[in-house]
Design a protein around this ligand. Sequence first.
Ligand SMILES: Cc1cc2nc3c(=O)[nH]c(=O)nc-3n(C[C@H](O)[C@H](O)[C@H](O)COP(=O)(O)O)c2cc1C
Length: 179
Amino acid sequence: MIIDLLRKRRSIRKYTDQSLKGEDVKILEEALLRSPSSRNLKPWRFILVDDRKLLIQLAKSKREGAGFLRDAALGIVILGEEAKSDTWIEDCSIAAIFAQLTAQSRGWGSCWIQIRNRMHDDALTAESYIRELLLIPSSLRVEAIISLGYPAEEKPGIASKDLPHDRIGYNRFSSSGKD
Ligand SMILES: Cc1cc2nc3c(=O)[nH]c(=O)nc-3n(C[C@H](O)[C@H](O)[C@H](O)COP(=O)(O)O)c2cc1C
């Protein structure tokens, strides 16, 4: 049941040094390619990175929030063709979350690493840094990287009582949401 997966889902940022098997990576490929897209345009492209040297360089894509990629078994770089579809961000995000949930269903941990709208340093965007590193054409945007691997940390799912239930209203907007 998908709700059971969702109840246990957490971002995992620590990984063992065990690599993913070829057949496991094929399952991830399938999950990515089965994701829906607006008008079925499939504006995404994916780069699966398992080369340790590249993972270490990708972990430096931005100053914070990407360092753990150096220890991941795999990084999935999510690319979108902006000129092909005005919903490239939505389409890429769905593919990314399909990969994350598939990973979880197989016992792997994963975490989203935001790249779009993030800086590598004061002068260079994280997108440009990655584009140069992985030889990505300028027509493709870099939305995110999904880091994956066997988990080396345990995190409990969020208890139902701790969910922000006040974010949901029925029939009319409810302003009871607290921030
Ligand atoms: C769009 C998006 C961008 C995120 N970017 C990062 C990131 O760059 N680095 C990181 O460590 N976590 C990132 N996360 C993970 C969130 O920090 C995490 O989902 C949130 O804190 C809730 O924790 P949980 O996933 O364990 O429930 C991102 C998540 C989303 C959905």
